[in-house]
Design a protein around this ligand. Sequence first.
Ligand SMILES: [Zn+2]
Length: 209
Amino acid sequence: MTMPRLIPEQHEVLEMLKRSGAYREGHFVYPSGQHTPHYFQMPLAFRYYDTARVLAVALSRKLRLEKDVSSALPKVSIISPSPGGIPVAFAVREALSAEQIYWAEREEGKRMFRQYVNAGEVHPCVIVDDISRTGTALQETVEIVQQLGARVIGCAVIVRFRGSAPRLEVPGDEPVPILSLVDFDAKWYDSGDACADCKQGAAEEHVRF
Ligand SMILES: [Zn+2]
């Protein structure tokens, strides 16, 4: 048996996600009415400790190559834009030996940190997430990190949809590249009319979000 490389190739990551059930191929319909031939349910990859570790170590290797990140360690804060990214944040924190973890939540439609997270206590931040479809969650997280007076020094996700922004805009600072293990070509149909799978009469699976 060979040991997995520390930064696996994109197709190896996709294979891992497929094996764990996190990457699914089929004929999916969203509540919005959009149709798509693929679906990511990323927490399914993080239910297996070994898969989670390989993915987190790969992300941490990519992050360590960024000078801003490697020179700040271990006084770094790993930030998740939402509770969904918490397993990624904990696993990356371990791989980087970073000192802090924070995650944002949505309250009344607004992304925010928990009360009593205070300006001045937060180390320079690395934002991580399992998947970035539009980049909006990552970019909103930059804003709330800056409100705490902390710097954003890195960003990494397991899967990034191509077509979304490749970097974070950081007002008053350099843009930060969004590192990823997989750059995915997402296919969307606005309705069933244009959908290739509908034309072939493939059974639909309805996904919740
Ligand atoms: Zn369809």
